[in-house]
Design a protein around this ligand. Sequence first.
Ligand code: HEC
Length: 109
Amino acid sequence: MRKLVLLAALLGAASCAATPRAPDAISRGQAIAETNCAACHAVGLTGRSPAPEAPPFRTLSRNYRVESLEEALAEGISVGHPAMPNFEFEPREVNALVAYLRSIQTTDR
Ligand code: HEC
């Protein structure tokens, strides 16, 4: 977590340009999350994570900006910590995944 945020900070806020978030990107991102992440994380709007330590995706924005994750993933930096496998995604996949993550963030903090 700390590493991810640091890397995102190092990468800078350069890529602030708003990317269009088409609905089909959201559904592609949902599919990516269900395929790659759902074994450990709760990826939907409800439910608990199968791995108790893995944060439900809908709560990620409580801890940091989802955009930071996009920057880190887009640079090929793994969302890494010992309990979690490393992933490398294509930019399109990153956009889709982040579009989905943004779409499910809950506002109740
Ligand atoms: C094998 C189980 C597993 C899979 C699969 C998995 N995660 Fe995780 N993830 C974890 C665990 C456990 C944590 C919390 C551990 C920690 O904070 O050190 C975590 C934490 C996170 C965090 C919070 C940041 C952090 O470092 O604490 C993000 C973001 C995240 N995962 C994204 C993803 C994404 C995106 C996918 C799918 C592409 C995914 N994870 C797949 C186990 C997994």
